[in-house]
Write a protein that binds this ligand. Structure first.
Ligand SMILES: Cc1cc2nc3c(=O)[nH]c(=O)nc-3n(C[C@H](O)[C@H](O)[C@H](O)COP(=O)(O)OP(=O)(O)OC[C@H]3O[C@@H](n4cnc5c(N)ncnc54)[C@H](O)[C@@H]3O)c2cc1C
Length: 344
């Protein structure tokens, strides 16, 4: 039986481990802190078909079918289909990608009566992605933890080494010999992969999103806004009465060198000012904040790199792709793939 070590128990590593176990592989998932602890932490994420390329739109549609399967197995919906709106700089390009991929969408003006956003002034042009919505991130984590079960092991991976036709994994619990290794370690991927000659982007940045109380009831839509004259944001309903806002700040403000505290302070001030100036029915007082590292040079999409028994995966905004990524990565590790696969 093939033996595979997956490094990292974020949503990507857990999804890949579950898919490997489904294929009858003897898989172990090695995680240094706990499952869903770093970039996958928190209660919610945006799901959307809308992307800047028809390739990513089509892959998101495949991922949505995966979310339907996960929801059925979990016995509850893991994506709330409230729809996702896109406005501002990317709208034209993303609309063209939706059309090319034959995905369902509508384009509306600011007089659209059914906006479903807590804003003072509606955007001039809106792309409506009706398949989009909100992912129940905690529900996804519970579902995956149940499927992975005892294959999850708390251990830090310190080193990787090619050995014969397989690999040796050096962990805090001792060495482990396997046939293949999948490096799905989020911010930890680049340093580990570099040890086995796989070079992936390494420049990190800080990102913080903030939760506010809203008096708006009814299903609010998820929203990606890059309208001129205001800070780019992504926003969605994180639960009853809870509205989440993440700001797309200039790189200088969130650069790694700025430090986590300063990047958080600047982000909080910018998002609070945005809420005060532009939102309606949202109380401008932060209830909660969620911090993570992000890759400075990456936008939407994902990338696979292979060398010998090692496969590394990296990208940004990966949560929505998790069911699809798990299957793709399990196939890459067990059946092989090209050395470089890029979906952007
Ligand atoms: C605030 C915020 C908002 C976001 N919004 C969206 C969104 O709306 N839609 C969307 O699709 N995506 C969104 N994302 C991005 C998405 O959540 C991430 O891309 C995704 O969760 C990444 O998962 P991962 O498994 O690759 O990484 P992670 O969740 O970071 O998992 C990697 C794991 O590897 C472990 N690890 C690292 N090094 C080692 C080592 N040496 N040994 C053992 N374990 C190790 C870490 O402890 C960690 O648990 C958002 C992210 C954040 C934080």
């Amino acid at each position: 039986m093939m033996r595979v070590a997956v490094v990292g128990a974020g949503v990507v590593g857990l999804s890949a481990t579950a898919a490997l176990l489904d294929r009858g592989v003897d898989a172990v998932c090695l995680e240094r802190t706990g499952p869903m602890a770093e970039r996958s932490t928190g209660s919610s994420r945006i799901f959307r078909l809308a992307h800047g390329s028809a390739d990513l739109v089509a892959l998101a549609r495949d991922a949505r079918a995966g979310w339907a399967r996960w929801s059925e197995a979990a016995g509850r919906p893991l994506v709330r289909d409230v729809g996702c709106l896109v406005s501002g700089a990317t709208t034209l390009e993303w609309t063209a990608a939706m059309r090319k991929a034959a995905a369902p969408y509508t384009v509306a003006g600011s007089d659209w009566p059914d906006l479903g956003l807590p804003v003072r002034r509606a955007p001039d042009v809106i792309l409506h992605d009706p398949t989009g919505g909100v992912i129940d991130a905690e529900g996804a984590g519970s579902h995956l933890a149940g499927r992975v079960g005892g294959a999850l092991r708390i251990a830090t991976v310190y080193g990787l080494e090619e050995r014969g036709t397989g690999a040796r994994v050096y962990t805090s619990g001792g060495p482990l010999d396997v046939d293949a290794v999948l490096i799905a370690a989020g911010a930890g991927t680049s340093p580990l992969a570099a040890r086995v000659g796989i070079y992936t982007p390494a420049v990190l940045a800080h990102h913080v999103r903030f939760t506010f109380a809203t008096t708006r009831t009814g299903p609010l839509r998820s929203w990606i806004d890059q309208s001129p004259g205001r800070m780019g944001t992504y926003q969605h309903m994180a639960g009853p009465g809870r509205w989440v806002v993440g700001g797309l700040l200039d790189y200088a403000a969130i650069a790694w060198e700025a430090g986590r505290d300063e990047a958080t302070r600047v982000s909080r001030e910018a998002v609070l000012a945005y809420v005060r100036d532009h939102l309606d029915g949202v109380e401008p007082a932060v209830l909660d904040e969620l911090y993570c590292t992000t890759m400075a040079e990456l936008g939407d999409g994902f990338h696979l790199r292979r060398r010998g028994p090692f496969t590394a995966v990296y990208g940004d905004n990966l949560f929505k792709f998790a069911p699809l990524l798990g299957d793709l990565l399990a196939a890459a590790v067990t059946e092989g793939t090209e050395d470089e696969v890029d979906h952007v």
